[in-house]
Design a protein around this ligand. Structure first.
Ligand SMILES: Cc1cc2nc3c(=O)[nH]c(=O)nc-3n(C[C@H](O)[C@H](O)[C@H](O)COP(=O)(O)OP(=O)(O)OC[C@H]3O[C@@H](n4cnc5c(N)ncnc54)[C@H](O)[C@@H]3O)c2cc1C
Length: 536
């Protein structure tokens, strides 16, 4: 346990914006960005940061030589001040999917999260030399930047357990004149590396050492393969590092091997280099879990950056949800009921494309879909049609009835409450089915047109007119944000009836001049016009 900052008894079961798995440098760096962005964040931490064996942490700006646990305890206090909650526990599994992850802990908790950020770091697997593990983090080292300065000018052994040890040898040679590379059994260093090290005054000893020799809690040296003692103050090793991410396996996210110079260094989680996103939507990763070479500062910075991307991902999701809600609010029945219950909405004139297209048709029964205030229905009756006027707003139907009565054609217009998204014509058929500017918030017009097409009698006409997406490109949103379509995109609706069922008479993007509703300026809009005649 790191510090008394945890709130283990107070964690509730609400859905967190983010559950961060691992409260080391990366996890707390992420929590800082997320907490300061007012996200609800739970950091679950098993309390085993990678550098915990070391007495001091170096190479960290502003906190040089700090006690590693002090650094994290301070980080915890800082993120807690921004509302981040911390839980001392171990995550055993993450299931579910984006916006609905379930995070299970060894302590028996189940918490829900919209996003998961894996910052569990890595486990160092040390070479199997007796005595090595006991001195790990004190005088058995791996990183010249973390603890190299502390062993400058001292007698250093570099234990070469893989062909890339030459790299290590050169970095430690920069810190001391007295470096011996002890080459383990079965390892062959590249000739170039041997030459470079030798040129720099590095010596070599063959064979896996038998043990570390320690006296009075002080490293004395290495017992070499031949039994001799190599007196040393420090031993440098290259552990194999395995990412701690088993908890992600229920999501199908498996670690991938990481290599250097053909040698296996261990495993990491593959992430997008910019955002930290893994292959599983909603799961991100940062720190050593993604890159074994990251130091504390790099891990904290990476976590901080990935935290910002997680926040951005959530912000985009929040906005998408709000847009969907806003569109639904605009398009759904209550909004239209309200609109048709207050001021006049439309001009009362017939839609011009309907007037042009219906002029040549022989009148019969017409279905006016989305009749609004009845402008089209009244015009159709005046051309000799008998009209069924439909809308999903009761108030529109009442208005249509009133306007038809006022125009003296009330007996030629029958109103009907219809939501075209779910409507089924049954056995009823019309000679003209007209839909003028019926739009849905999120598409789905092909399905609507398929339903309307089913209502067209043999020899009858289907006329579907809408705002063409061209209008959006010109900045005209028709007062709201809706899904526009081309006439071509609706054609699949007719295919269900077979190849010879329809004759498509018009499938156009048709320009029209009208007055801008806000500015009053003349402008060109484009109508998507689909006109088809049912053959059979
Ligand atoms: C001996 C040693 C000394 C080092 N000294 C330095 C140094 O001086 N300076 C420096 O810059 N770098 C140093 N490093 C490197 C440093 O430790 C890493 O860069 C750093 O710890 C990586 O941070 P991290 O947050 O990615 O992972 P970690 O610090 O390892 O933190 C991961 C955290 O996640 C927790 N965790 C893992 N799995 C789970 C789970 N399932 N559920 C909940 N929690 C989990 C772990 O317990 C741990 O607390 C040293 C490394 C070693 C091995």
């Amino acid at each position: 346990m790191l510090d008394a900052m945890t709130t283990t008894d107070e964690i509730d079961n609400d859905t967190w914006d983010v559950v961060v798995v691992g409260g080391g440098a990366a996890g707390l760096g992420a929590a800082m960005a997320l907490g300061r962005s007012r996200r609800s964040v739970l950091v679950v931490d098993a309390g085993e940061p990678r550098n915990s064996p070391a007495g001091h942490a170096h190479n960290y700006l502003g906190r040089e030589a700090v006690d590693p646990r002090r650094l994290l305890a301070d980080g915890r206090a800082e993120v807690a001040a921004y509302g981040v909650e911390l839980l001392d526990d171990r995550v055993t599994a993450v299931t579910g999917e984006t916006d609905a992850f379930v995070v299970t802990t060894a302590g028996g908790r189940e918490v829900r999260a919209r996003r998961v950020l894996a910052t569990g770091g890595v486990v160092d697997e040390l070479p199997a030399v007796p005595g090595l593990a006991e001195r790990w983090g004190t005088d058995v080292l791996h990183c010249p930047y973390c603890h190299g300065w502390e062993v400058r000018d001292r007698a250093i052994a570099v234990l070469a357990t893989s062909p890339v040890a030459g790299h290590h040898g050169l970095l430690f040679r920069q810190l001391s004149d007295d470096v011996v590379v002890v080459v383990a059994d079965g390892v062959e260093l590249p000739g170039d590396d041997v030459e470079r090290l030798a040129a720099m005054g590095v010596r070599f000893e063959p064979g896996t050492p038998r043990e570390l020799v320690v006296e009075d809690d002080r490293l004395v040296g290495l017992r070499l393969a031949d039994g001799s003692l190599l007196a040393r103050d420090a031993v440098v090793v290259a552990p194999r590092v395995q990412v701690r991410a088993d908890f992600l396996s229920p999501l199908g996210l498996a670690p991938e091997p990481v290599e250097m110079g053909g040698a296996l260094l261990g495993s990491v989680l593959r992430v997008d280099p910019m955002t930290g996103a893994t292959a599983v939507p909603g799961v991100f990763a940062a720190g050593n879990a993604t890159d074994v070479s990251m130091t504390l500062m790099a891990s904290a910075a990476h976590g901080n950056r990935v935290g910002a991307f997680v926040n951005a991902d959530l912000a985009a999701a929040d906005a998408a949800r709000a847009v969907a809600q806003r569109r639904a609010d605009f398009f759904e029945r209550p909004a239209w009921e309200e609109r048709y219950s207050s001021d006049k909405v439309w001009s009362g004139r017939v839609n011009p494309v309907l007037a042009a297209e219906a002029a040549t048709l022989s009148p019969g029964r017409a279905l006016d879909v989305g009749c609004g205030e009845g402008g089209d229905a009244i015009w159709l009756t005046q051309q000799g049609w008998q009209v069924t006027a439909t809308d999903f707003a009761e108030a529109a139907l009442r208005r249509t009835e009133q306007h038809a009565a006022d125009a003296g054609v009330g007996d030629l217009v029958a109103t009907r409450l219809v939501d075209v998204r779910e409507w089924d014509a049954g056995d009823e058929r019309w000679d003209l089915v007209s839909s003028q500017f019926v739009h849905l918030p999120d598409g789905g017009m092909v399905d609507v047109v398929r339903r309307l097409a089913a209502a067209v009698a043999p020899g009858g006409t289907l006329l579907v007119v809408g705002h063409h997406p061209h209008d959006l490109e010109r900045g005209l949103r028709h007062g709201h944000h809706m899904s526009l379509h081309t006439a071509e995109s609706l054609l699949p609706a007719l295919e269900a009836d077979g190849p010879d069922a329809w004759e498509v008479e018009a499938c156009d993007a048709r320009p029209r001049t009208q007055t801008h509703p806000q500015t009053g300026e003349e402008m060109e809009t484009v109508d998507a016009v689909l006109r088809a005649r049912r053959i059979r």
